[in-house]
Design a protein around this ligand. Structure first.
Ligand code: ADP
Ligand code: MG
Length: 222
């Protein structure tokens, strides 16, 4: 399996006033192309911090992240934004949809810069149909349930055909039945297209659906 993402010796601390909290203490990790990887760990163990560093959202104190051989934090921040838009999809615990746009526009938005509007809307419609929301495209996020909103976020994350998708407790705000439905769509989309997935979860059952499981503990992956 080709390695798509390689992190080496990642350290990240937060300093507030005189207190420094060392959250990541030298995390190294390789992710294979097409792999589905779960990361578990207690609340506050640094899972979100790690996901942000891996996805190019948060510059670590030290260490390197390579994506398809490119140094993610070696590039300018403008190039990194572009790189993220083209290669990386994110799904967060709280859906982060824009309330003033309908769900079609929410999904299409990430590609407006790189595609014609008509093409973007056609692809967004396709993705929304795949997550079972084809009939709802004119609706605003607040007119949908939490599970439906997360399915919109899922469609948005896939919009630019990213090589890798990061999900940070995507079912953390949902009841278990609704969460299961979101996961059903997530794995169906990821597996049918061969995307690489890094999934942070609290649930052992969810972790078990991934091809590899890791735990973040005391600032290191075990
Ligand atoms: P997890 O996602 O595993 O719950 P986080 O990565 O969100 O953990 O946070 C790890 C630790 O870092 C926690 O103790 C949290 O309070 C702290 N932390 C996270 N973000 C910040 C921040 N922006 N400023 C200060 N401390 C932070
Ligand atoms: Mg978190």
């Amino acid at each position: 399996m080709n390695t798509i993402l390689q992190a080496e010796n990642i350290e990240r601390s937060y300093t507030i006033g005189k207190t420094t909290l060392d959250v990541l203490k030298g995390v190294s990790l390789g992710v294979g192309e097409g792999e589905t990887l779960s990361i578990m760990g207690e609340s506050g163990s640094g899972k979100s911090t790690l996901l942000h560093v891996l996805g190019g959202l948060d510059n670590p104190k030290s260490g390197k992240v390579h994506f398809k051989g490119q140094s993610v934090y070696g590039m300018s921040s403008a190039r990194r934004s572009r790189f993220r838009a083209e290669n990386v999809g994110f799904v967060f615990q709280s859906f982060h949809l824009l309330p003033e746009l309908d769900i079609l526009e929410n999904v299409a938005l990430p590609s407006m810069a790189v595609r014609a509007t008509g093409d973007a809307k056609a692809r967004a419609t396709e993705l929304l149909t795949e997550v079972g929301l084809g009939e709802r495209i004119g609706h605003r996020p607040q007119e949908l349930s939490g599970g439906e909103q997360q399915r919109v976020a899922l469609a948005r994350a896939l919009m630019n055909e990213p090589d890798i998708i990061f999900c940070d407790e995507p079912t953390g705000n949902l009841d278990s039945k609704t969460g299961d439905k979101v996961l059903h769509y997530l794995f169906q989309l990821v597996e049918s297209r061969g995307h690489t997935l890094v999934l942070v979860t609290h649930s052992r059952d969810v972790a078990a659906r991934c091809s590899r499981q890791l735990v973040l503990k005391d600032g290191l992956l075990v």
